[in-house]
Ligand binder design. Structure first.
Ligand SMILES: [Zn+2]
Ligand SMILES: [Zn+2]
Length: 386
């Protein structure tokens, strides 16, 4: 078989294996695999409309979410800050009421939410999965947080590295609501910002990590790519329903997708890597060299750095594509195990995830591309018939 023909066939094989994800890409839905028996749902838990300081009508948020392949959005207009109120009346439920029929039509989950807005400290907090926002319209901050909790809301501390004295610090009021179990999550990423301190708080205090757009302007994103995507939370839920997402948020089953990085707890990062990456023995190049194809079905370009002795020092696994590498082997080897670090999978600030690229080495391999499907004696030193 001619080399070019073989390469074409390899590409065809890779495309076939990646077909479901390529199709998802055509719909502009960034794909992440389900993990640990849960559905992976793409959620943006924080955004604004003209009903507070945003510059779009509520239905536009739904259309943007549908275009970007999101499963769930929460419109979280400020309760206490409405710069458009001379033109748009104060009605905390209106953005939800306007967006809900569109969300149902476009199959976007839409819980009711709002942003409790104070200067720093304490700062801004979102209350998600509410039934009555008006009950949170309280002069006293702690009363507003309590009212949200009375409704069983999931409460997040928003953009804690935003400004003022609270920057990277907890004040008494934060300890108070945390100790009462009225605070459940922290925005580790908000729009273009990552707060490493917030990442550590979530680990130390067992709070849920979320990443949000906090978008105010129209989303101009036409195509979601690894380099250009909305900051969002991947939620690992039992099913694609509001109660399941709420349960998953309280249980802390999330990862944050931020600027081609996945940020979160080690077990979810590890599960996401394993579900996304698969290593396949493609063919034997020479007596002591094999070619591996490494498929990455997730919407993130995975940046690997070698920690072992074999394989390229740096290796990028492009999103929803295959990478090919050649590896030297010896006669006694039963499997290939290449230790790497996934530089853009962060389980703590500056702590990238250790991973292994593993595939067994059978005594004989079936050449998946040979026209006669002839078995090749793997260690006999036969050159692949090209
Ligand atoms: Zn805010
Ligand atoms: Zn906001």
């Amino acid at each position: 078989m001619k080399t070019e023909k073989r390469i074409t066939l390899l590409m065809t094989l890779a495309l076939l294996l990646l077909a479901p994800f390529v199709c998802a890409g055509e719909q502009n839905a960034a794909y992440f695999p389900d993990i640990l028996g849960y559905k992976t749902l793409k959620c943006d838990l924080h955004m604004h409309t003209v009903f507070s300081d945003g510059n779009v009508w509520p239905t536009v948020r739904v259309d943007e979410a549908a275009r970007e392949g999101l499963d769930l959005i929460v419109i979280t207009d400020h309760i206490e800050y409405q710069p458009h109120r001379r033109d748009v009346p104060t009605n905390h439920h209106r953005p939800f009421e306007i967006a809900a029929p569109r969300a149902e039509k476009r199959n976007i989950l839409l819980p009711l939410g709002a942003e409790i807005t104070r200067d720093t400290p304490p700062g801004h907090f979102n209350a998600l999965f509410l039934y009555d926002i008006n009950l949170l319209d309280e002069p006293n901050f702690v009363d507003a947080i309590m009212a949200a909790n009375d409704q069983g809301a999931f409460v997040t501390w928003n953009h804690p590295g935003w400004k003022g004295p609270e920057l990277t610090r907890w004040f008494n009021v934060h300890h108070l609501i945390y100790n009462k179990k009225w605070l459940h999550g922290v925005e580790v990423c908000n729009g273009g910002s990552y707060y490493p301190e917030a990442h550590l708080w979530c680990l130390d205090k067992n709070l849920t990590m979320v990443g949000v757009s906090d978008i105010h302007e129209p989303s101009l994103l036409r195509r979601t790519t690894p380099e250009s995507h909305r900051t969002m939370t991947l939620v690992f839920a039992q099913d694609r329903t509001l109660p399941a997402v709420r349960e998953a948020l309280f249980a802390g089953r999330t990862l944050v997708w931020y600027r081609n990085q996945l940020i979160g707890r080690k077990n979810y990062l590890d599960a996401m890597f394993r579900a996304s990456v698969s290593v396949h023995l493609t063919n034997q190049i020479s007596a002591d060299t094999v070619r591996l194809s490494i498929l990455n079905n997730a919407a993130v370009n995975i940046e690997l750095e070698r920690t072992g002795t074999q394989g390229p020092e740096k290796l990028t696994l492009p999103a929803q594509a295959a990478a090919f590498i050649n590896i030297k082997i010896d006669q006694n080897q039963k499997h290939i195990n290449l230790p790497y670090t996934a530089l853009n999978f962060l389980f703590a600030p500056d702590e990238p995830l250790p991973v292994n690229l593993i595939t067994p080495l059978p005594k004989t391999i079936k050449d998946p591309l040979s026209t006669d499907n002839r078995n090749i004696n793997f260690f006999a030193g036969n050159r692949v018939h090209n």
